[in-house]
Write a protein that binds this ligand. Structure first.
Ligand SMILES: Cc1ncc(COP(=O)(O)O)c(C=O)c1O
Length: 337
């Protein structure tokens, strides 16, 4: 008899990611939600699938239609993967800070990619946001998920990611630290968790020169993070604090995490940098959840191909609870990033 597989499509494996313990020596229990284990490699699989399914339901995306989106990478990758599976054409505009791995991944999924200058001026006709809008207006049968304004984006996290975290911590979570870009994740998860327990602290991490965090916004190198569009996808009531981080701190933290066995993306490095310093103020009873949004494999050329050494002072910033095996891992890699 033919066995019927449990899953009929790769898309059924989006979500329900594991929550694992991190062994860093801070007072609270520290747990990481491994979003890079989604089939497209990032947390953005969730919002992309949710927005596409909603558009299919309400008729704004029809069979053989074209999906067009401005994305710093992961949202585009998720749309490209889902589009390839469901038979839609996909066009993605990206800023030129996007890593070569992400751009190549988009192309591998068959998406058409426009690389646009990463200008400081959001109204600039050449920006990736403007370019996506122009293409949308010119393309018959186009659907633009518009993650920065589409309320289905936070809703994806309100209906799935938030409940997963609540269930996986048996309701014991006290703090959530998460990267903020379109703010879909922080707003959706934050709202759900605060409805369960208003005392849970929701902490966002932003690029320090973003439109939200800086009076004179400037381009930055971190990817995934950075609040440059302020819209209804940013639910201020669901958020307690947004903490800015520099490119240097985010990059350095990401490199250290990799050297300790956690090859995560830049937004995860940024989140860990903030989480570890925040956690010093907390208690043993607290339970802090961080979200690892994607994998470091998307940034190998940007972060790890250089031979710039990690200085000893940087290495001591992150100490783990089981120093012995980690010390030898660190020694074997000394001086090499
Ligand atoms: C790796 C990663 N982390 C965090 C975020 C931020 O998520 P959101 O757009 O829901 O704020 C993104 C967004 O693209 C991302 O790609």
């Amino acid at each position: 008899m033919k066995t019927r597989p449990k899953y009929q499509s790769i898309l059924e494996k989006i979500g329900n990611t594991p929550l694992v313990s991190l062994p860093f020596d801070v007072p609270p229990t520290l747990l990481a939600k491994l979003e890079y284990l989604n089939p497209g490699g990032s947390i953005k699989d969730r919002s992309a699938l949710f927005m596409i399914e909603k558009a299919e339901e309400d008729g704004s995306l029809k069979q053989y239609g074209t999906i067009i989106e401005a994305s710093s990478g992961n949202q585009g990758i998720a749309l490209a993967m889902i589009g390839a599976i469901k038979g839609y054409k996909v066009i993605i505009t990206v800023p030129d800070r996007t890593s070569i791995e992400k751009i190549t991944t988009l192309k591998a999924y068959g998406a058409k990619v426009y690389i646009c200058p990463d200008t400081d001026d959001l109204g600039d006709q050449n920006s990736y946001h403007s370019k996506a809008r122009q293409l949308y207006e010119q393309t018959p049968g186009a659907f633009m998920p518009n993650q920065y304004f589409n309320i289905a984006n936070p809703l994806a996290h309100y209906s799935k990611t938030g409940p997963e975290i609540w269930r996986q911590t048996s309701g014991s979570i006290t703090h959530l630290v998460v990267g903020a870009g379109s703010c879909g994740t922080i707003s959706g998860v934050g709202r759900f968790l605060k409805e369960q327990n208003p005392a849970i602290k929701i902490i966002g991490v932003d690029a320090e020169t973003s439109v939200y965090s800086c009076k004179n916004p400037k381009a930055y190198d971190v990817e995934g993070l950075g609040i440059d569009v302020i819209s209804d996808t940013l639910d201020r009531e669901a958020i307690d604090e947004i903490i800015p981080i520099s490119d240097d701190d985010a990059f350095r933290s990401t490199r250290i995490l990799a050297s300790q066995g956690y090859l995560v993306g830049i937004s995860s490095g940024a989140v860990m940098h903030v989480a570890l310093s925040y956690a010093k103020k907390l208690d043993k009873k607290d339970v802090m959840v961080v979200i690892f949004g994607d994998s470091g494999r998307a940034y190998l050329s940007k972060l790890f191909a250089s031979t710039r050494p990690v200085t000893p002072s940087i290495r001591t910033e992150m100490t783990t609870t089981d120093e012995q095996p980690r010390a030898s891992l660190q020694q074997s890699q000394e001086g090499v990033v």
